[in-house]
Design a protein. Sequence first.
Length: 79
Amino acid sequence: MDTIRHFKDHSKATLKKVRAEGSPLGLQQVQHQLATDAGFASWVDLLRASEADRLVGAVLVDYPDLNYLGVAGFQASAA
């Protein structure tokens, strides 16, 4: 997986969506928000990160319901 291409495509799709909703956000603002959602301080930090770190970030962005237990709302039963 080319994670940089993944994030660029995701940014463009998000920009198209927010513009259709009437938002004045620009591409840089969308990229920054995407980078922070992926766990990076900025878009530049995302681009400079290792491929492995970007893969983790891509999972966080693609599956926002994940948490430290794996899935939001999941509760382990006491045995």
